[in-house]
Design a protein around this ligand. Structure first.
Ligand code: MSP
Length: 657
C-alpha cells in the first residue's frame, strides 16, 4: 500500500486580509506536501477559513453586513492568496459548509452521550481576539499580550467539556511520545501547562448573545464555542466518520500551527479526540512568529508590515516561498523585510543558481550545438558526483527533523559547489581546443546533472522555477522524484536543451525606503546590486574600499544576533584534531555548530554548559557538516582559547546585547 501523508494549516479567521504570518505557515505546509508527493506519498493537504464566533460577528457588524456575506468575501481572498503563492492544497474547508457542520453535530452528540458534557456557570477573563478565557498567568499588565487588549470579565451559563478529567492521560501520552509536539521547547511548555489543573472547557455560548455559530444538537439556545467547532475541520475535511479519506489519512496527520495557538491544539484538541473515541493526530508542528524588520510585531501604525502578495507580484511566488522557508529556522521567531528578501534573492537565486543555469546553457548552445553529450568521467569528478548522489539523503534527514532552512541551505551549498567545479574546469577554455571536446562535454554534462538533482530538491520550495530549470535544460520529461534525485546520471546522453529560455531570476534592485513594500531601517544606504560582481575582476588589483572599516554604530552591532545556548551534545569531528560538532539548544530550537575548540575542551566537559552563539551567521559546511552559527571564545594570541560564559544561569535562547 502507498504511504500516506496528511498536512494541515490552521484555518484562518475570515476577519481580515491574508498576511505574511498566514503565508508563512501555509508555505511551510505546502513545502511538506510537495516534498512528500515527490517522495511517493499519497498526500492530502488542507487549508481553509474559520468563520464562526464572536470575533467574526464583531467584524461583520462593524462593516454593516451579514456574517455570511462578510465571510464569503474574505474566504475568497484566502483562496486567491494561495493561488498567488502557488499553494497546492487538495482541499479548502470553510466552517460554514454543511459538510463541516454535520461533523460538529455528530461529535458533540457523541461526547454528550458519553457523559463528558455538563451545564454550568463560568466566570473568567475572556479575550475575543484569542476566542478563549485567559488565565491570570497569561496576562501582561492586565492585557492579552497577543492582542494588546484587556480581556472582558464574564459570568455566563455554558456547557462544559470535562477536559480536566483527561489531563493525566494526555500528560502521560505526551511523555511517552516525544515527537508528538515539535520542536521540543513547545512540548515542554505543554507539559508544564499539564502539570497544574486545567479546569473544564466551556464549549458553548448563549445564542442570544452570540447568534453566529452551530447550535448544539440537544439545546438550540446555545451555539458551539468557536474552537470546538474549528478544530473539527481537520477531520470533517476527511469526511469523518464515513470516508475512505479518513481511514487513509487521519493517522498520518501533521498539523502546522503558529505558537499563538499551541494550547487549543495541544490540549483542547487531543482531549476532544479522546472523548470522541478518535485516534490522535501524529504530530503537532509549531512555528515561531515573524516580526517586522525592526524586530517589532508588524502593525500598520509602525509602518513595518510586509505584504507577501506585493512581494509575490514584484519578485514572483517562488522567491517569496524560498525567502519564507529560509528566513528563520522553523520554530524560531524571526524578522522579515523586503530588503532582506532582495539580498537573499540576488545572492542565492540570481547569482548562485540563475547565473549557473545561464552560463551552462550559453556554452552548450555555442559549442555543442545545444546537445549535452554522454559523459566520460575522470577521477577528479568523483567528489562532485558523490556529493550530488548523496544530496537527497542529506535533505531527507533535515526535512524529517523540520529543518527546512538547513535543507535548502544544503542544496544551495551544492549549487555553489557546482559553480566552483564550473569555474575550476574552465569549460570556455576547453572549448577552444578541439582535442578537449570530450572533456568539455563531460564537464557540461556534470553541471547539467547537478542542476537536475538540485531542481528536484528545490521543487517543494520553488515549484515554478524548478519546472523552468528543467524546461530550459531540456529535461521536462525526465522523472522527478526523491528517488530520481538520489541517482546520479539520469540526464539522458544527447539531451537537447531549449533554444531559448527566459532569465531565471532577473537581478532585483534593493528597494529604497520610499519604494519598499515595507519600511526598513537598513535599506537607505544600500547601493543596487545590479552589476556588482562578487568575484574579483581580473586585472583589477585595487582593493575595494571597505565601508565597514572604522568604528561601527549601534545599528551595525544590532545586526549580530547573539544568543545564550546550552550544549546538549558534543562529539569530535572525524579526521580532524581541531573541530567539535556541538548540538546547541536555544529555547525551542536545536542547532548544529562546528567549532574549532577540540584542542581546548573535551566534548564531555561541554555538555550542559551555557555558551554564547552568533545565531544569524550564514550557515557554512565544515567537513561535510552544516554549521549553523559560531560560539564565542577569547584568544590570548598564544594559542589559548577560553569560551565566553555567563555569570549566572540564563534561559537558553536569551539575547545577549
Ligand atoms: N482560526 C484560528 C485557528 C483555528 S485552527 C483550528 C486562528 N486563526 S488566525 O487567522 O489568527 O491564524 C493564526 C495562525 O496564523 C497562527 O497560528 C500562525 O500559524 C499564523 N500567523 C499569524 N501571524 C503570524 C506571524 N506574525 N508570524 C507567523 N505566523 C503567524 O488562530
Amino acid at each position: 500500500m502507498a504511504k500516506s501523508f496528511y498536512v494541515t494549516t490552521p484555518i484562518y479567521y475570515a476577519t481580515g486580509e491574508p498576511h505574511i504570518g498566514h503565508a508563512y505557515t501555509t508555505v511551510v505546509a505546502d513545502f511538506l506536501a510537495r516534498y512528500h508527493r515527490l517522495d511517493g506519498y499519497e498526500t492530502f493537504s488542507l487549508t481553509g477559513t474559520d468563520e464562526h464566533g464572536e470575533k467574526i460577528l464583531e467584524a461583520a457588524q462593524s462593516e454593516g453586513v451579514t456574517p455570511q456575506i462578510y465571510v464569503d468575501g474574505l474566504s475568497d481572498r484566502f483562496h486567491q492568496a494561495w493561488r498567488a503563492l502557488d499553494i497546492s492544497n487538495d482541499d479548502f474547508i470553510r466552517t460554514t459548509e454543511e459538510r463541516h457542520k454535520a461533523v460538529v453535530l455528530a461529535v458533540l452528540q457523541k461526547v454528550y452521550d458519553k457523559g463528558d458534557i455538563y451545564f454550568g456557570e463560568y466566570g473568567g477573563l475572556y479575550c475575543v481576539g484569542c476566542e478563549r478565557y485567559l488565565t491570570d498567568k497569561e496576562l501582561v499588565d492586565g492585557k492579552c499580550p497577543d492582542h494588546d487588549r484587556k480581556p472582558e470579565e464574564r459570568v455566563e451559563e455554558n456547557y462544559f467539556f470535562k477536559m480536566e478529567s483527561y489531563r493525566g492521560w494526555l500528560r502521560g501520552y505526551i511523555q511517552d511520545h516525544p515527537d508528538f509536539i515539535r520542536p521540543q521547547g513547545y512540548r515542554n511548555e505543554v507539559l508544564s501547562l499539564l502539570s497544574e489543573s486545567l479546569g473544564d472547557l466551556s464549549i458553548s455560548r448563549p445564542r442570544e448573545r452570540v447568534p453566529w455559530g452551530i447550535p448544539l444538537p440537544w439545546d438550540e439556545e446555545h451555539v458551539t464555542y468557536v474552537w470546538f467547532d474549528a478544530l473539527l475541520n481537520y477531520v470533517s475535511a476527511l469526511d469523518y466518520p464515513t470516508g475512505d479519506r479518513f481511514d487513509e489519512f487521519w493517522s498520518e496527520a501533521n498539523h502546522l500551527i503558529g505558537k499563538d495557538i499551541l494550547k487549543p491544539h495541544a490540549i483542547f484538541w487531543p482531549t476532544m479526540l479522546k472523548a470522541a473515541g478518535l485516534p490522535l493526530y501524529q504530530h503537532l508542528n509549531v512555528g515561531g512568529f515573524l516580526m517586522g524588520s525592526d524586530g517589532r510585531k508588524m502593525s500598520k501604525s509602525l509602518g513595518n508590515v510586509v505584504d507577501p502578495f506585493d512581494l509575490a507580484a514584484k519578485y514572483g511566488p517562488d522567491a517569496v516561498r524560498y525567502y519564507l522557508l529560509k528566513v528563520v529556522p522553523y520554530g524560531q521567531d524571526g524578522k522579515v523585510g523586503e530588503v532582506d528578501l532582495v539580498k537573499r534573492y540576488n545572492a542565492d537565486l540570481a547569482n548562485d543558481l540563475g547565473n549557473l543555469v545561464a552560463r551552462l546553457r550559453a556554452l552548450v548552445l555555442r559549442h555543442l550545438d545545444g546537445v549535452v553529450p554522454g559523459p566520460n568521467h575522470q577521477e577528479s569528478d568523483s567528489d562532485l558526483i558523490e556529493a550530488g548522489a548523496g544530496l537527497a539523503a542529506q535533505v531527507r534527514g533535515l526535512v524529517d527533523g523540520l529543518r527546512f532552512y538547513a535543507a535548502l541551505e544544503e542544496v544551495m551549498q551544492f549549487v555553489r559547489r557546482l559553480n566552483r567545479y564550473f569555474n575550476d574546469e574552465e569549460p570556455w577554455v576547453l572549448a577552444r581546443d578541439p582535442g578537449k571536446r570530450e572533456r568539455l562535454g563531460t564537464v557540461l554534462y556534470n553541471v547539467a546533472e547537478g542542476l537536475r538533482i538540485s531542481a528536484i530538491l528545490l521543487e517543494p520550495a520553488m515549484p515554478g522555477k524548478a519546472r523552468e530549470i528543467r524546461a530550459s535544460l531540456g529535461l521536462a520529461d525526465v522523472p522527478t522524484s526523491l528517488e530520481a534525485a538520489a541517482t546520479w546520471g539520469l540526464t539522458p546522453a544527447g539531451t537537447r536543451i531549449a533554444d531559448k529560455a527566459p532569465i531565471l531570476f532577473p537581478k532585483a534592485e534593493i528597494p529604497s525606503v520610499e519604494t519598499a513594500a515595507s519600511s526598513e531601517e537598513e535599506s537607505a544606504p544600500d547601493e543596487p546590486v545590479e552589476g556588482r560582481s562578487r568575484e574579483p575582476i581580473a586585472g583589477d588589483d585595487e582593493p575595494e574600499a571597505d565601508a565597514s572599516e572604522g568604528p561601527i554604530n549601534l545599528d551595525d552591532f544590532a545586526k549580530v544576533d547573539l544568543r545564550v545556548a546550552e550544549v546538549v551534545a558534543a562529539a569530535a569531528v572525524p579526521k580532524t584534531d581541531k573541530l567539535l560538532k556541538l548540538t546547541l539548544r536555544m529555547a525551542a530550537e536545536e542547532r548544529t555548530v562546528v567549532s574549532g575548540i577540540a584542542e581546548h575542551y573535551r566534548p564531555e566537559d561541554l555538555i550542559g554548559r551555557q555558551v554564547v552563539l552568533v545565531a544569524n551567521l550564514k550557515p557554512v559546511k565544515l567537513r561535510g557538516i552544516v554549521s549553523e552559527g559560531m560560539i564565542l571564545a577569547a584568544d590570548d594570541g598564544e594559542g589559548n582559547l577560553a569560551l565566553v560564559s555567563l555569570d549566572r544561569d540564563t534561559p537558553a535562547g536569551s539575547q545577549v546585547r
